[in-house]
Every structure is written in structure tokens, then in C-alpha cells.
Write a protein that binds this ligand. Structure first.
Ligand code: BGC
Length: 654
């Protein structure tokens, strides 16, 4: 489709130049030849002026007076926005609409030169030295650049802190959202969001691209774990609880903005309909089901809007045949008008241009007119500024649409306190603090779901005797944490400073038990059967389409581990570390106990807590656990595709 539209543009272009050629007949008298030259020169000069660098305008204006209304913290936000907007040039306004990746910034001075509204660290875009101090220094440098601009509009710095401030080495890594969904505990979710906000504040970051309000209907999708649940109500309740915690300012600091994503119906895409040839379902097509729109897809966003979410991020999926981001119906009519969303709409990474069947220029026009307020470009900011200005000057985007977009962004910046409060030095000691780690451990224990427990094998007694521990996830904080941890796709292995693996957690709690560990479960030299074997099996970390998987099951090496433990132990417990339910129907009958521990993060001690009875099992499945692949997708009422029962229903948990 993309190719087709390129071809038709070429055809149009060549037709136009043929026409020009016919008119430029060089056999006409000298006078008209000169006239043609003059006109041509005038056109070239005009175009050059038109396309002049955006920074050339605006800078010539004087800075506003020190007592300008917008600088007065006592004034109502609406008046401050109007005052500031009235002082801004078109270029300054368009700059506010640009969100640029840190690694794409050509020069640090460009922040003020192009009046950028926001910067981000795409996953893995870290400072040279990945420490909390390194982050604070990097973000502060960018913020002080924005402070050099004429109007000194504070800049947003956004990041994906979807399970703690997880790009930062040494931060507390909380369970991914699916685990929090299993806890069903809104207060816990708010507490986790507050702790994450404190860690973000410490490093100067003021915008979190979370929570995900996606609708994971198909476990083959590689982003299931980023959402709390496939149940729109639970998703909305926990999403709102997260936003409230995230946006509650720590005293003396601006608040962190949340971003509810990925609007709309991301997660409900159809298998084998991805726009991206590499992926199977991510970035694909969601059926334009009006009934589901009302009953399933909008409710979580309604909950987010009700608690005042600052921003909403648009997904890379299609709604029927149209990209969501091109849909005025979804962005403006539904989100802004019907739900009354007062914050600003931001695109996903390269979302304005990804799969657009038009030029980039036209994609900017279409998406801004649909209701987009800020574009996560994240690369070519100069092109964006030039194109949008050209579109405004030629009337393709109205000035009132630009004013609306910029007012929304400014409003949220004022509301968060960014104009009034100095953020620096807000407590680096919060990053990875003991208090946050304790909270994370408690969150882990609340998220674990007990799927099977023959003869009440669990919890294990501290005097169970001889326990064998094996499996790919037993001593691997990288797998426990999954993706979006220091690197986009996560980092496999036991590398995390301050993290506790499940094995370490068990060793700390095991009391009088004799614990032996071998990753592959071979245990050479055993003379008699152990009392219990615990297999901690895991998925490798994955993010986005890279996690799309036609058949999410237990890997062969882990299946062998379970087999070995069955031979060497009287009872076998299987702990599953995964970002989604795995297909275990054929295996689970042979296990004595089974536990879904999701992606618990840095505090493996929380899993040990429930295994050894320090905390009670309380987690309930946040989504149905399919028994066979043919059941997918499972609809919101838990009805499977072929009307057979899932292995475990949503809400199940012993
Ligand atoms: C993801 C978003 C994320 C953004 C910025 C995109 O690829 O889809 O969820 O917020 O990148 O890292």
C-alpha cells in the first residue's frame, strides 16, 4: 500500500512538470523570457524565505518582562496559559509540539534554539554513566538549555518507567503491570506509582509513559505483561490508581505527568495482521467494533480522564482500515469531546509517520488535524518544524488547532508545577531505597497466583527437609525483571546490583531446610530422592513485536529440568516466570504444585515469601489462562474463540 501511494505521487509530479515545460517556450520574445526569469527568481527567493530555519524567527523578539502574568504562580492556570500563548511566535508554538529522543538531538543548543517542548529517553537511551547521579546530570543539562530560551518554558523529560524507574541501574524494579493486576489491589498500585514517581523526581525526569491501558486479548502478543488485565474495568481501576499515585506531587517538587497508552484498543489486534512485516500481531489491525469501543476500549480511558491524566499516547495500531492516529473520530470526538480529556495527546515512537501512506508533510497535517498535540518524532525535529509551519502558513492546519494543542501542553506544564518549582536535588537516596524495595517485595508476594496445590504442598515448611532448586529463572534477576529494564529488550542474567534472585530469596528464608541448586537440575551424586524439587522456569526477556510468539510454551531446557526434578524429588513445584500465561495443559497434570509469578522484578524475596508461608497466596489471575492456542483470542467475558473453557478462568487463584 505504501508503495502504491508513492507511485501515484510520482505520476502526479511528472505530469505537473510536463505542463510547466510546455509553458516555458524559449521561442517567445526576449522580454517575456526575462519576465519568466524574474518570476522564477522571485519564486526561488520566496521559497527560501518560506523555508528559512525555524530558529531565525522568534529569537529577534525581546524576552518578556520579569513580572509577565504567566510567571506569577498565584494566577489561575487558564490565565497564565493565555498570557504565555499570546507572547509566543508560531515557531515557538510548534516547537512545544515536538518530542525528541535524547540520542537524536544533534546539538544540545537545539533544545532552546527550536523551543522543543519535550525530550525523551527511548528505552535504553541512558547517560554515559548509568547511575542516578548520571541521570540527574543528563536531564538537568537539558532542562537548563530550555531555560536559555526566550520564554523559558520548562521542558518535559519523558521515559518508560512502567515497572519502576527501570532504565536506571540501581533503581527498584517493581513487578510488571500484569503482576500488579493479579494483586487487584488499587492501594498497592498507587503506592508503587508513588515510589516510582519519587525515583523519577530524584533524577529530574518529569513524565512517565505509563500506565498501559491496553486490552491484551491474545497471549501471542509480546506486550501482554505491560497491561494490568484484559478486563476493562479492572484495567481502568488500577490504571486510575496508578495515575493518582504517579501524579501526586512529592512535597516541594513538581508532579510527574502520566501517559495513558496506547489509545485505542491496542492489544486487541488480530494475529497475522501486523503492518510490520517482522511482527505477527504488534502494530497491527484492530477490528473497528463500535460496540467493543463503548463497552471495552473506552472505559479504562474514561477512568484515566476522570482522575486527570495529563497525557494520552496513541498506539501504532489500526482501527479497521485507518490508523488510529489519523482518526479525528477517535482522538477528538471520542477522547477529547466525549470523554472530556483536558490533557494533551502524544504520538508513539515515530507514530506520525509509521505506516503512513502519505508523505511526512501530509502525515503531520493529517494527525494534527485529527487531534494530535505533541509528536514523538523522535528523530527529524527540524523537518517537523518546517513542515508544520508550512502547513499552517498555507492554511492546511489552522492556527486555532495549533493554539489548542499548545494550550493543552502548557496547561499540563503549569499544573505539574514545572514553571514554579525547582526540581533539582530531590532526593537521590530514594532511588533503590530500602523502603521502596520492601514495598516491591510486598507487591511481588501479592501478585503471585497459586494455580495448583495437591495435598496442600505449599507453603513449604521451614523444616521440609531436602529441597532441590533448578531452572532458567531460579537465579536470574534479568529474567525476573523482563524487558524495559536498563535495555529496551531487557538483559538476561544475574547482573543487577541490589537485586535479589528467587534462589537468593529462598536461601534467606529456608530455615532448617537443606537447599541445593543446579540450573539444569542434574544434581550429580544424589544418593536418595529429595523431599521437594522447585523448578523455576522462565521466558527470556522481550519487548514489543520481538515478543510476538505463535506458541508461548515452556522452553525445552526447562521442560527437561522439570523431568529431572520429577525423578530426583518426591514432590515437584513449578514456578513460572513469564509475561503472559504459557500453554502448560499437557504438563501441569504431572506437577504437584504450580505458581504463576509473572515478571516480579528486582525483589525475588517476595516469591520466596509465599513459597515458605511468610505471606499468604492472594493473587488472582488478571486474565484467562488458555488451554490451547485455538482458543485465542479470548474475549472480555472470558469466552474463548472455540467456546471451550480456558485452563483457568480470569479471577482464579487458590
Ligand atoms: C512504545 C511505547 C513507548 C515509546 C517510547 C514505543 O516503541 O510503543 O510504549 O512509550 O516507544 O519509548
Amino acid at each position: 500500500m505504501l508503495k502504491k501511494s508513492k507511485v501515484s505521487r510520482k505520476v502526479k509530479k511528472s505530469k505537473r512538470s510536463a505542463k510547466v515545460k510546455r509553458n516555458l517556450s524559449w521561442n517567445k520574445p526576449i522580454l517575456s523570457r526575462k519576465l519568466v526569469l524574474l518570476v522564477a527568481l522571485a519564486i526561488i527567493a520566496g521559497t527560501a524565505a518560506y523555508l528559512q530555519r525555524p530558529e531565525d524567527l522568534g529569537l529577534k523578539l525581546p524576552p518578556p518582562p520579569a513580572d509577565a502574568l504567566y510567571k506569577q504562580s498565584g494566577q489561575p492556570i487558564e490565565s497564565r496559559v493565555q498570557d504565555l500563548l499570546g507572547r509566543m511566535t508560531l515557531e515557538e508554538k510548534i516547537g512545544q509540539m515536538a518530542l525528541v529522543d535524547k540520542n537524536s538531538l544533534k546539538k544540545i543548543e537545539d533544545v532552546s534554539r527550536y523551543y522543543l517542548g519535550g525530550m525523551l529517553s527511548g528505552a535504553g537511551a541512558k547517560p554515559d554513566i548509568n547511575t542516578p547521579q548520571g541521570w540527574l546530570d543528563m536531564v538537568s543539562e537539558i532542562k537548563s538549555q530550555a531555560d536559555n530560551s526566550r520564554l523559558r518554558i520548562p521542558i518535559l523529560y519523558g521515559i518508560d518507567a512502567n515497572h519502576g524507574h527501570s532504565n536506571v541501574l540501581g533503581a527498584t524494579i517493581f513487578p510488571h503491570a500484569i503482576g500488579l493486576g493479579a494483586s487487584r489491589d488499587a492501594d498497592l498500585v498507587t503506592a508503587v506509582a508513588k515510589a516510582t514517581a519519587a525515583e523519577l523526581t530524584a533524577t529530574g525526569v518529569n513524565w512517565n509513559f505509563s500506565p498501559s491501558l491496553d486490552a491484551p486479548k491474545d497471549i501471542r502478543w509480546g506486550r501482554v505483561y505491560e497491561a494490568f488485565s484484559d478486563d476493562p474495568m479492572l484495567n481502568g481501576t488500577l490504571g486510575a490508581a496508578f495515575i493518582e499515585g504517579m501524579q501526586a506531587a512529592m512535597s516541594g517538587n513538581p508532579s510527574i505527568m502520566a501517559a495513558a497508552k496506547h489509545y485505542l484498543a491496542t492489544g486487541a489486534m488480530e494475529w497475522n495482521q501486523s503492518n510490520n512485516k517482522k511482527f505477527k500481531i504488534d502494530q497491527g489491525r484492530t477490528s473497528a467494533d463500535e460496540q467493543a469501543l463503548v463497552s471495552e476500549y473506552l472505559p479504562p480511558y474514561k477512568a484515566a480522564v476522570e482522575v486527570g491524566v495529563s497525557s494520552v499516547m496513541i498506539g501504532l495500531n489500526q482501527w479497521g482500515e485507518q490508523r488510529v492516529i489519523d482518526s479525528k473520530y477517535l482522538l477528538t470526538d471520542k477522547l477529547k469531546t466525549e470523554l472530556g480529556f483536558k490533557g494533551f495527546v502524544v504520538s508513539d515512537w515515530y507514530g506520525v509517520y509509521e505506516y503512513a501512506e502519505t508523505s511526512k508533510y501530509q502525515a503531520n497535517i493529517n494527525t494534527i488535524n485529527a487531534g494530535l498535540d505533541m509528536a514523538m518524532l523522535p528523530y527529524d525535529y527540524k523537518d517537523f518544524l518546517i513542515d508544520v509551519r508550512k502547513a499552517v502558513k498555507s492554511g492546511k492546519i489552522s492556527r486555532s488547532r495549533i493554539d489548542d494543542a499548545v494550550s493543552r501542553i502548557l496547561y499540563q506544564k503549569f499544573k505539574a508545577g514545572l514553571f514554579d518549582i525547582d526540581t533539582e536535588n530531590a532526593g537521590l537516596e530514594n532511588v533503590g531505597s530500602v523502603t521502596h524495595r520492601q514495598l516491591a517485595r510486598q507487591a511481588v508476594a501479592s501478585s503471585v497466583v497459586l494455580l495448583k496445590n495437591e495435598n496442600t504442598l505449599l507453603p513449604l515448611s521451614k523444616n521440609s527437609g531436602h529441597i532441590l532448586i533448578a531452572g532458567s529463572g531460579a537465579d536470574n534477576v534479568g529474567r525476573q525483571s523482563g524487558a524495559w529494564t536498563v535495555e529496551w529488550q531487557g538483559v538476561d542474567g544475574n547482573w543487577m546490583p541490589g537485586g535479589t534472585s528467587i534462589l537468593q530469596g529462598i536461601r534467606q528464608l529456608a530455615g532448617n531446610n537443606r537447599i541445593e541448586y543446579d540450573i539444569s537440575g542434574i544434581f550429580d551424586g544424589l544418593t536418595s530422592k529429595a523431599d521437594v524439587g522447585i523448578a523455576i522456569i522462565s521466558e527470556r526477556p522481550y519487548a514489543e513485536g520481538w515478543g510476538d510468539n505463535a506458541n508461548p510454551t515452556i522452553e525445552k531446557a526447562d521442560l527437561e529440568v522439570i523431568q529431572r526434578l520429577k525423578l530426583s524429588s518426591n514432590k515437584v513445584v513449578v514456578v513460572i516466570l513469564s509475561g503472559r500465561p504459557l500453554l502448560i495443559t499437557d504438563q501441569i497434570t504431572g506437577w504437584d504444585a504450580a505458581v504463576a509469578a509473572w515478571l516480579p522484578g528486582s525483589e525475588g524475596g517476595g516469591v520466596a515469601d509465599v513459597l515458605f508461608g511468610n505471606s499468604k497466596f492472594s493473587g488472582k489471575l488478571p486474565l484467562p489462562w488458555p488451554s490451547v492456542i485455538q482458543q485465542l483470542p479470548i474475549n472480555t467475558n472470558g469466552i474463548t474463540n472455540n467456546r471451550t473453557r480456558p485452563l483457568f478462568e480470569r479471577g482464579f487463584g487458590l
